[in-house]
Design a protein around this ligand. Structure first.
Ligand SMILES: Cc1cc2nc3c(=O)[nH]c(=O)nc-3n(C[C@H](O)[C@H](O)[C@H](O)COP(=O)(O)OP(=O)(O)OC[C@H]3O[C@@H](n4cnc5c(N)ncnc54)[C@H](O)[C@@H]3O)c2cc1C
Length: 352
C-alpha cells in the first residue's frame, strides 16, 4: 500500500466525521483538508450524549450536562428522564480535543475534486490509498438531481447563542406549527449562555422569521446567527471508490436532526476499516465492504425515522402532545430511547 501515493489516507472535512476517522489512523500518513481552520466554523447546536464526548476524549469541551429532554407541544411539556445525559459543548474545544489525538497533517484548502485515489484542492493535488469524503451536507448538495435535494429530504437549521443562563434544566424542543410548520424549535442551555434555534424539514420555511418569532415570544432578540443543512437522506457509503462519512453520507438522523453522534460513530468504524487494511489485515475491497455493511445495517431504522418525521408533520399538535405524555413513564421512555440510540449508533456509557 505504501510508497506510490503521497498519503495513506486523505480526509476532506475536519469536523466531527473527518476527525473521528483521523483518530483511528494514528501511525499512518494522513492528510486532513478543510477550507477553514479546525473548529472555527460552528454550525450546530452542539448537543450530544455524554458517552459520545467520552468516546472521543472531548469531555473538557462540555459546557453543561442535561439529565432530561423536554418536549413542548399541544400546550403541554413532556419530560423524559435520560439514562445517559446529553451534554452541550464548545465546538472549537471539542474539535481541538479530537485533533490533538490524531497524527494527521492539516492543510487549509478547499477540495475541488475527490476521486478514489486523488484529491484536487485549491492548494494542489494529492494522491492516497484511500480518500474519505467528510465534507458534511455540502457534499450531498452537490449530488445533483439524484441526490436528496430532489427527495426534499434535507433539514434546514438556524440558531443564535445568547449570553443568558436558562434556568429550567434539560434540552427543550418545541413542536408548534405556529412557529415552524414542519420542524421544531429548541432551547439548549450551555452554562452561562443559551442556544436558541429553529429547524425545518422543508425548504419553504423562512427560518429567520421563525427564529425571530420564537425569540419574541420569550422576550428576546437574536444575536449573531449560524446554521446549515441537515443531510438526512442516506447516500452510498462508498461512491466511485471514495468513502463517505457523516452528513456527506446523509448520516444525520431524520425527525431529530441528531448528526454529531452518528458522524462520529460511523467515522470511527470507517477509520478502523481503513486502519485494518493499512496494517495488512485485509484488502482494500474488504475494507470498503466492511464499512458499507456496517452503515447499511442501520438503513432500516433510518427509513423508519424518515417516516416518523413525515408523520409528525401531519399529526395535530394536541394529539402529538398526548402521545408525548403517554411515552413519559420511565420504563417506556427508556425502551424508546434505548432503541433509538442502539439502532442509530450508540457508545456504551462508562462502566456499562
Ligand atoms: C443549526 C443546526 C443545529 C444542529 N444541532 C445539532 C445538535 O445539537 N446535535 C447533533 O447531534 N446534531 C446537530 N446538527 C447536525 C450536525 O451539526 C451535523 O450532523 C454534523 O455537524 C455533521 O458532522 P460532519 O463532520 O459530517 O459535517 P460538518 O460538521 O458539516 O463538517 C464538514 C466539514 O467539511 C468542511 N468542508 C466542506 N466542504 C469542503 C471542501 N470542499 N473542502 C474542504 N473542506 C470542506 C467544512 O468546512 C466542515 O469543517 C445541527 C445542524 C444544524 C444545521
Amino acid at each position: 500500500m505504501r510508497g506510490w501515493t503521497d498519503y495513506d489516507v486523505v480526509i476532506v472535512g475536519g469536523s466531527f466525521a473527518g476527525l473521528a476517522v483521523a483518530m483511528q489512523l494514528r501511525g499512518h500518513r494522513v492528510l486532513l483538508v478543510d477550507q477553514y481552520p479546525i473548529g472555527s466554523h460552528q454550525m450546530s447546536a452542539c448537543g450530544t450524549p455524554l458517552a459520545t464526548a467520552r468516546a472521543v476524549g472531548a469531555e473538557r469541551a462540555i459546557l453543561e450536562a442535561h439529565d432530561r429532554l423536554v418536549l413542548h407541544t399541544g400546550g403541554k411539556a413532556a419530560r423524559f428522564v435520560l439514562r445517559e445525559p446529553y451534554v452541550t459543548f464548545d465546538y472549537a474545544a471539542f474539535c481541538r480535543a479530537m485533533w490533538v489525538q490524531t497524527h494527521a497533517v492539516f492543510l487549509q484548502a478547499r477540495a475541488t475534486s475527490l476521486q478514489a485515489h486523488r484529491v484536487e484542492t485549491t492548494r494542489g493535488a494529492f494522491t492516497a490509498s484511500f480518500v474519505v469524503d467528510a465534507r458534511g451536507w455540502r457534499a450531498c448538495h452537490r449530488n445533483g438531481p439524484s441526490g436528496p435535494a430532489r427527495d426534499g429530504a434535507f433539514g434546514y437549521g438556524l440558531e443564535t447563542e445568547l449570553p443568558i443562563r436558562w434556568e429550567e434544566a434539560g434540552l427543550h424542543f418545541f413542536f408548534a406549527r405556529r412557529l415552524v410548520r414542519n420542524g421544531y424549535a429548541w432551547i439548549f442551555p450551555c452554562g452561562e449562555t443559551t442556544r436558541f434555534g429553529v429547524g425545518a424539514f422543508e425548504r419553504e420555511t423562512k427560518l429567520r422569521s421563525a427564529l425571530d418569532r420564537f425569540l419574541r415570544d420569550l422576550g428576546l432578540e437574536a444575536g449573531e446567527v449560524h446554521g446549515g443543512l441537515l443531510a438526512v437522506a442516506r447516500q452510498q457509503p462508498v461512491q466511485d471508490g471514495v468513502l463517505r462519512v457523516g452528513d456527506a453520507a446523509g448520516h444525520c438522523l431524520p425527525a431529530t436532526g441528531e448528526g454529531i453522534r452518528t458522524a462520529i460513530f460511523h467515522g470511527i468504524h470507517c477509520g478502523r476499516a481503513l486502519a485494518g487494511t493499512l496494517a495488512g489485515r485485509y484488502s482494500r475491497e474488504e475494507a470498503l465492504r466492511l464499512y458499507t455493511l456496517q452503515v447499511r445495517s442501520m438503513d432500516r431504522f433510518h427509513r423508519r425515522l424518515l417516516t416518523l418525521q413525515k408523520l409528525v408533520a401531519q399529526v395535530p399538535e394536541s394529539l402529538l402532545g398526548l402521545a408525548a405524555q403517554l411515552c413519559t413513564p420511565p420504563p417506556l421512555a427508556r425502551w424508546i430511547l434505548d432503541r433509538y440510540w442502539v439502532k442509530t449508533g450508540w457508545f456504551l456509557p462508562r462502566g456499562a
